[in-house]
Unconditional design. Sequence first.
Length: 266
Amino acid sequence: MAKASGGTLASGTADSGGGVAAVKSIEKAFALLESFRGRGRMLSLNELAVGAGLDKSSAQRVTRTLRDLGYLHQDPATRRYYMAPRVLDLSYDFLRTHPLIERALPVVVELQRVARERVDLVLSEHNTVVYVLRMQAKRETFKPALFGRRVPMFCTAAGRAIMSGMAEDEAEALIAGSDRKAYTRKTLTEPHAIMAEVRKARDLGYCLQAEEWLPAEMVLAVPVLDAHGKPYAALNVAVSTRDWTAEAMVEKFSAMLMSAAMELNG
């Protein structure tokens, strides 16, 4: 049996490299839940096993445990699994207790009322940003209204706005460590070109990005700073390139976005 701090590790744990034991069964459970990311609503046991990198026996044990705990449901006819509403409980508590989100909600609501376009609040994590508040425009489809979506920093206005508040070497390292694939024909993938946009955002106080993440979408974003002056979130307005020019968007939204961010800084 492997050693743990002050004694021994329970079986099924391993040292993660810093002297802290990683519980393998927990890793397997989250890997299995994450198998649903970007895939269909219902998955077979074999699909879950492949997605989580588990053998079928391990996947079966983990899946049954998650089902018994209420995090997965199983269709009685097809025997396929799908996520249960209990998965949302942790999301609710995250949103309820985060120190920024409650303060930001009335600001985002007012921005959307004035802008009459989609307004988002995102949080940064590693080389991605995660949507935690989304106030959509009436004409938009279902997906833009959902929070929890994770997108890359390097090609998004919010991500570049956050990087604009970082030290130069920190932003360069983040870009270098990103999977810089082209999501549209306009996506910038060369590090020097992306850094040029980050520097521009640093000089202007906002970042404008058009059609690099989604076709026909243009986004204007500003960073939100923590109590130490470090960027950890961003506010953005998203519009259709069919309705707006870059110049008109900057003129209409840049000042109101920067003013809103100042309310949330710190």
